[in-house]
Design a protein around this ligand. Structure first.
Ligand code: ZN
Length: 195
């Protein structure tokens, strides 16, 4: 997911990571419309899957407004998404919300949303694969995701606000859904106009 970034979030994030920067697939490419496949549990932690995750992290780190990325966005039709810990922390600080335990990138493999609040809000949204459109999407204010982390451990994480929005945007990607399918008030904001 992409945010219209406040100034302080635009500084280059310096992160030590291996992996390869991949081009971000843009809307119109069929891989974004596929139902992504589950990762077999025996494959979690293998060099192949670790390389996909490393590529996702470094590709996301190269996007100054990128808060999260799903594997299909680098052309890999697997059920994995990564949330940038640094961007999430900066966004929460900007909203004056607690950042306890947030810092490292968060990896979600085979995620399923287990809870969604009935309470919804129209939120500003953009996507690294739909440059440079932004719009409002009605999202549940709270969401809980259950997934495997990169060590193959089951994790369950509840969230509200931005992280809850990210959970919904990224799991949509794994179903072949883009935010533009749901958004209202779509408008184009080219990068130079956001400064
Ligand atoms: Zn997206």
């Amino acid at each position: 997911m992409a945010k219209i970034a406040p100034k302080e979030m635009k500084q280059e994030q310096k992160r030590k990571q291996s992996g390869e920067v991949r081009p971000i697939v843009q809307s119109g490419d069929p891989v974004l419309r596929e139902l992504a496949q589950s990762v077999s549990l025996k494959d979690i932690g293998t060099p192949r899957i670790d390389a996909v995750i490393a590529d996702m992290k470094i590709t996301l780190a190269g996007q100054k407004d990128g808060v999260a990325i799903a594997a299909p966005q680098i052309g890999v039709p697997l059920r994995i998404f990564v949330v940038s810990g640094a961007m999430l922390k900066a966004a929460l600080e900007h909203e004056k919300l607690p950042t306890d335990g947030i810092g490292a990138d968060l990896v979600f493999i085979n995620p399923t949303i287990t809870k969604l609040s009935r309470d919804k809000m129209p939120l500003d949204e953009g996507c690294l694969s739909v440059r440079w459109l932004y719009g409002k999407v009605k999202r549940s204010v709270k969401a809980t995701v259950r997934a495997y982390n990169e060590r193959g451990e089951i994790i369950e994480r509840g969230a509200s606000g931005l992280l809850a929005q990210i959970f919904q945007h990224e799991t949509d990607h794994l179903e072949g859904t883009l935010f533009i399918d749901k958004a209202t008030q779509l408008e184009e904001i080219p990068p130079e106009k956001k400064d």
